[in-house]
Design a protein around this ligand. Structure first.
Ligand code: ZN
Length: 360
């Protein structure tokens, strides 16, 4: 399997287009034609992580935080350039799965939830995606032909069902002009024709192909159809929400330290309050504060600053800062997802601790 095939496989499940627009995901370093000798999953890509891959005979690293993000002006022996040079010198391929992995239904926040024993998890802030609806008017005898051609390009796919159409019968009427070349009817006379209205949905990227099919397969010189684009709830989004057995914030915070294996957490709010519902946004999720307030008894994220903590207090939202590094659980979580897809390939979760903070 080469990198191109690997990317196709993983992005089929965790698509690149679900990443935030400001992000930088996909193959950051390497060559798509390189054969994959093994995969190392990591939160951050550092020189130590690259050395770990080399020692393991692995040439592909999948990191969560993109090594190449913004502001890299030189690739020299200092700073991030040094890491990039180290990867290239040893022919290490680097793939970033950042906000696309965050937004995946079973992504980073879900993985943290699983680690802390959160039950009945669902997406906290569901994204919306676009869908197109086609209504097309076809003479009765041509209905199956048009539906078949549309099905072949992926129109009428809803979840696990293909060939989804609704047809209703009616009468179309039209008057061809003197210069028209009508399939039925006479120039200058109103014509009535038994027609079917065919309704179906399709992904917006198919729009041009749909129009091509209509032009090529529909018998009329000027087919009548409408395409509407609308928003639908997506199967991906930010964060997770679920439940735990009822306990005090103090007990819950203690348990977080144990289950996440971290030395401390910071609690904002009443330690004696009771919690049973929990929302999580892995990494730095406090920018979603207004959208998550009151969704759950307690909100978990990392990187909460002093004034943001005051904002949370003002809003009455109990929150616990579990540190950005709590995202490290994605190493094992992503390893399991990829190993499941590729049982033949050696997949290892990095054992390198890339937390820049040391607690004393
Ligand atoms: Zn992060």
């Amino acid at each position: 399997m080469n990198i191109r095939e690997l990317e196709q496989l993983i992005h089929n499940v965790i698509p690149k287009h679900t990443a935030e627009s400001w992000d930088n995901v996909g193959l950051l370093i390497g060559d798509t034609s390189t054969e994959v000798t093994g995969i190392l999953t990591t939160l951050d890509c550092t020189v130590e992580v690259i050395d770990e891959a080399i020692e393991q005979g692995i040439n592909t690293i999948i990191c969560h935080h993109p090594l190449i993000f913004s502001g890299i002006k030189q690739i020299n022996a200092g700073g991030y350039g040094n890491v990039i040079r180290h990867a290239i010198k040893h022919d290490i391929q680097l793939i970033a799965m950042h906000t696309n992995l965050d937004n995946y239904k079973y992504g980073v926040s879900y993985m943290i939830g699983k680690q802390i024993g959160l039950k009945a998890q669902t997406i906290l802030l569901r994204a919306s995606s676009k869908l197109c609806k086609l209504q097309l008017f076809v003479p009765n005898d041509y209905t199956s032909q048009v539906k078949d051609a549309l099905s072949q390009i992926g129109v009428g796919q809803i979840g696990e069902y293909s060939h989804c159409f609704y047809t209703s019968e009616g009468t179309g009427e039209f008057m061809p002009s003197s210069s028209a070349n009508p399939f039925v009817g006479k120039n200058g006379e109103v014509h009535y024709e038994k027609e079917m209205k065919v309704e179906c949905v399709f992904e917006p990227h198919l729009k041009q192909q749909v129009e091509n099919v209509i032009t090529n397969v529909h018998p009329y010189e000027t087919p009548a159809y409408d395409i509407f684009e609308y928003d639908v709830p997506a199967e991906y989004g930010t964060g997770t929400i679920g439940i735990v057995d009822r306990m005090t914030v103090r007990t819950f915070a203690q348990r977080l330290k144990e289950t996440l294996n971290i030395p401390s957490v910071k609690v904002i709010g009443d330690l004696n309050a009771e919690v049973s519902s929990v929302s999580i946004i892995g990494g730095a999720g406090v920018s979603y504060m207004d959208q998550i307030v009151e969704r759950a008894d307690v909100f978990l994220t990392g990187d909460i600053k002093y004034h943001e903590a005051h904002d949370l207090l003002m809003k009455g939202q109990i929150a616990i800062d579990i540190g950005h590094y709590s995202e490290y659980v994605m190493k094992d979580g992503l390893k399991a997802i990829i190993q499941n897809m590729l049982p033949e390939i050696k997949v290892i979760a990095s054992s390198t601790n890339t937390n820049p903070f040391k607690e004393v």
